[in-house]
Design a binder for this molecule. Structure first.
Ligand SMILES: Nc1ncnc2c1ncn2[C@@H]1O[C@H](COP(=O)(O)OP(=O)(O)O)[C@@H](O)[C@H]1O
Ligand SMILES: [Mg+2]
Length: 382
């Protein structure tokens, strides 16, 4: 074999081996240089090179959220071996690095050159086929079902903690940030329709949740934020094996979660959030929020043109998820239809309405009228 072929083989070996060794297989070696060094010479004819390598990977940094995310990652990883294959390992996790500073602050998800399922669905005609997306999505849903089934436990879930507390705290936060009177009941006038959220909607949700407490019989381990922007697929795997997806952002994982919450996290995206997320780049969504008294907000936006932004493929994915939900209930959770359906509506409403407080800064506040307006539609029906 000539030396240049040796060199090529050594290079490709290193390109595969170094990421596997150092980066759990998720980083890339991008710039590998082999040079001869006259000092490297043995007694035999063996050839020596000096190697210089550059690498690329992604890190997520956040002082407060890292411990939460690590805990979530461990919950999911330990829950199921098959599910663990779809998680991006934390760098250092499997190597047992116990450096305090390092472990507290940095979350490494060495995963480059990837797109989220959201990105792929947004541009699918240019990069892949609908058939492939549906295959990946089926595999994803199937893995969620396996995780839930495997970790299902007979247990009384505190629906109040999961849903009602979230609504109450986000409402208070919103009122505070908008300079509304915190102790007066908030009233919304949405495209001309009056909605008494605290006087009517909140008590009715509370009442329904109390009613469901004895009817929801199981909890299970959930990821808790399983929407399509948290699913990553490497560019080079698009169009290939449907099992090549990864679920990131594990900070909301729960040992005792409600599977309907997970369903709602997915559904709200296909039905509404997809368009909001894409409008963040285009900056072309316009609505109005006007404070007309210290407890009343007037909200206006064009509902029809907003809904037209949701492409057909999202509708398909939405209905596929709903069908999946029915099936999972029939096979695994065995709840009366009224219990899961009503709970799902409440979950969808609270997830979307609750997202308002995550959109208060200048760049994102365009989303508020749409989040509020569309959230109430979930309470009407699915
Ligand atoms: N390892 C990664 N490789 C490529 N993109 C990533 C990676 N981690 C995150 N991203 C991108 O950054 C976004 C935010 O990351 P995520 O962990 O979901 O943070 P957040 O908690 O802010 O949602 C993801 O939706 C994805 O687009
Ligand atoms: Mg995320």
């Amino acid at each position: 074999m000539s030396e240049s072929i040796y060199k090529k083989n050594v290079k490709s070996h290193l390109e595969a081996y170094l990421p596997a060794l150092w980066l759990e297989g998720f980083g890339n070696i991008v710039d590998l240089k082999l040079t001869k060094d006259p000092k490297l010479k043995g007694a035999t004819d063996a050839i020596f090179y000096k190697v210089r390598a550059s690498t690329e990977f992604v890190i997520k940094f956040g002082l407060n959220d890292v411990p939460k995310e690590k805990k979530g990652y461990r919950i999911l990883k330990n829950a199921s071996k098959t599910f663990a294959k779809h998680l991006v390992p934390l760098l250092g996790e499997t190597k047992g690095i116990e450096d305090e500073g390092l472990n507290k602050a940095i979350l490494l998800t060495p995963f480059i050159n990837s797109l989220t399922l959201h990105d792929i669905v947004s541009n699918y005609q240019r990069i892949t086929t609908k058939t492939w997306i549906l295959k990946v999505y089926s595999d994803y849903l199937n893995e969620l079902r396996l995780l839930w089934t495997k970790t299902k436990k007979a247990c009384k879930l505190s629906l109040k903690d999961i849903y009602f507390k979230r609504l109450s705290s986000r409402l208070q936060e919103f009122k505070g940030k908008k300079g509304l009177n915190r102790s007066a009941n908030l009233i919304l006038k949405i495209n001309g329709k009056t909605v008494k959220i605290e006087e009517k909607i909140k008590p009715s949700i509370q009442h329904k949740l109390e009613n469901f407490e004895n009817k929801v019989k199981y909890s299970c381990i959930i990821h808790g934020d399983e929407h399509p922007k948290n699913i990553l697929i490497r560019r080079e795997n698009i169009g290939l094996n449907e099992k090549y997806w990864y679920l990131i952002d594990c900070g909301n994982a729960l040992e005792q979660g409600d599977w309907i919450f997970s369903i709602a996290k997915i559904l709200h995206w296909w039905k509404v959030y997809f368009a909001i997320e894409n409008a963040k780049k285009r900056k072309d969504l316009n609505g109005k929020v006007e404070k007309i008294s210290n407890n009343t907000l007037k909200i206006e936006y064009d509902e029809n043109s907003f809904r037209k932004r949701i492409p057909k493929i999202c509708d398909e994915l939405y209905h596929k998820t709903l069908k999946f939900c029915k099936q999972v209930n029939k096979e695994v959770f065995l709840e009366p239809a009224s219990v899961w359906q009503e709970r799902l509506k409440i979950a969808l409403f609270i997830i979307l309405f609750g997202a308002v407080t995550r959109h208060l800064d200048k760049e994102k506040k365009f989303a508020i009228p749409f989040l509020i307006g569309e959230s109430f539609r979930f309470l009407e029906g699915l």
